[in-house]
Design a binder for this molecule. Structure first.
Ligand SMILES: *[C@@H]1O[C@H](CO)[C@@H](O)[C@H](O)[C@H]1NC(C)=O
Length: 435
């Protein structure tokens, strides 16, 4: 297994059992100009929308659900997030609240190009116990269409439904024994066998989602989508942070961490930060800077905050962490209340941090990077006054922590865990998440 974990991310393409021809349209070849024009058109999200179903339940692992939804929507897929519960709002693991687009009972008549199940316990069991979902995925298999699952769900749902017979499949390590009784169990990070795609856990979900994009839209689209994700290429190696001017981060209570959210935030970044820090037992307060607790993130995932920032701002925080996303970062920069909290944080030498667009659009313009090294989303690094350490995935400078994008979010959160609870704790978490 140690050996398998050291495979580069593109090994997922080598592990493919049978190959599906890419479904990109072929440009006409008789005219060079037309060909160039068509190639340009292909780069825009004009590809035909494939229909995807992502069922969610109480106890779903939110990183696995949200990463999959987000990446597939980036590729142009028409993704329906369907609750198998009686209501749209589900209580995902680690107190993350996701509001689905539909109830599964309203989706039974639709035909999907892909059905992909997130994991999490008891989420995987709740998905397995949905009779409607079971019959939909069985029809999917019988119709020769794609179905997929990550973490506990390959064993707990697909395997239990008898849909992995004779298939190479993988799942979360502690479910491998159960999987082996219903499938040809293998330890790949992502496994494709015919129309079945499976993967292992939170830390493999980004690769899994990109593999799903490849199945639906072809390799070129998958490569186009994976670039801006800033994915990790050295899985199985210990993550690293770049630390300058090290100081001890101290905390009183929990620690108590504020994660502001707004319309247009990058949902996978927010959810990965919240999830990882709650796994580390930090007291994370998710507060909306909007006038409602329900926010609509950049790829239309609806998340429910714990409270409004007005309420959250009564307390002080050991740490404030900003997720990215263009619209979200703009909303943060325009929130006087949030900017004041960040200013106070800096004045009192308490830690704060930001990822993706937020270092460039929130921290820099308000003088919150002054005299410090930082990084940001690659396309926004040019907005930083000091870019000398911007090539690092995670930069810590005294009380400031910054990072680059969706694919560095777990490392960013682990960097925080390391500063608060020590590297050993962070490495243990990295291992359980299969980073
Ligand atoms: C699932 O979560 C929702 C939203 O919080 C809650 O109202 C519902 O009672 C939960 N369902 C079960 C079966 O626990």
């Amino acid at each position: 297994m140690a050996l398998l974990l050291r495979f580069p991310p593109h090994s997922i393409y080598l592990l493919r059992h049978t190959s599906t021809p890419p479904k990109l349209f072929t440009p006409p070849t008789q005219n060079k100009r037309l060909l160039l024009f068509s190639a340009a058109a292909m780069a825009t999200p004009a590809a035909p929308a494939r229909k995807v179903l992502v069922p969610i339940a109480n106890g779903t692992e939110p990183m696995e659900a949200v990463i999959t939804i987000d990446v597939l929507r980036r590729a142009g897929a028409d993704v329906t997030v369907a609750s198998v519960e009686k209501q749209l709002r589900v209580d995902a693991c680690h107190g993350v609240k996701i509001v689905a687009d539909a109830l599964i009972t309203d989706c039974g008549q639709n035909v999907f190009d892909l059905i992909t199940l997130p994991g999490g316990i008891p989420g995987a069991t709740n998905l397995k116990n949905s009779g409607i979902l079971e019959s939909m995925v069985k029809k999917q298999a019988a119709g020769g269409r794609l179905y997929a699952a990550v973490c506990a769900s390959p064993a707990v749902a697909l395997g239990a439904w008898g849909l992995l017979k004779g298939k190479k499949a993988t799942c979360y390590p502690s479910f491998m024994e159960q999987l082996a009784s219903t499938a040809n169990a293998v330890e790949s990070r992502v496994q494709v066998d015919g129309k079945v795609v499976t993967s292992r856990g939170p830390g493999t979900t980004l690769e899994y989602a990109v593999a799903l994009v490849e199945q639906l839209y072809g390799k070129e689209k998958a490569d186009e989508i994976s670039g801006p994700l800033v994915m990790r290429s050295n899985h199985g190696e210990e993550y690293t942070i770049k630390e300058l001017n090290p100081v001890q981060w101290t905390f009183n209570d929990g620690p108590r961490i504020l994660v502001p959210v707004a319309n247009g935030i990058e949902e996978m970044e927010a959810v990965m930060i919240i999830d990882v820090l709650r796994r580390a037992k930090a007291n994370v307060v998710v507060a909306s800077v909007e006038d409602k607790v329900e926010i609509l993130a950049s790829r239309q995932v609806k998340l429910e905050a714990d409270m409004l920032l007005d309420e959250a701002a009564i307390l002080s925080y050991d740490l404030i962490l900003l997720p990215g996303g263009l619209g979200g970062a703009q909303a943060f920069a325009n929130s006087e209340k949030l900017v004041n909290l960040l200013m106070k944080q800096r004045e009192s030498n308490r830690p704060y941090g930001a990822i993706c667009a937020s270092p460039a659009l929130v921290l820099e313009p308000h003088g919150l990077l002054k005299g410090k090294k930082a990084t940001a989303f690659p396309a926004m690094v040019n907005k930083l006054l000091d870019q000398s350490e911007a090539e690092n995935r995670v930069v810590v400078d005294e009380n400031l922590i910054t990072s680059r994008g969706p694919g560095t979010s777990i490392e960013f959160a682990l960097g925080v865990v390391e500063k608060l609870f020590g590297r050993e704790k962070a490495l243990e978490l990295a291992k359980t998440m299969l980073l």
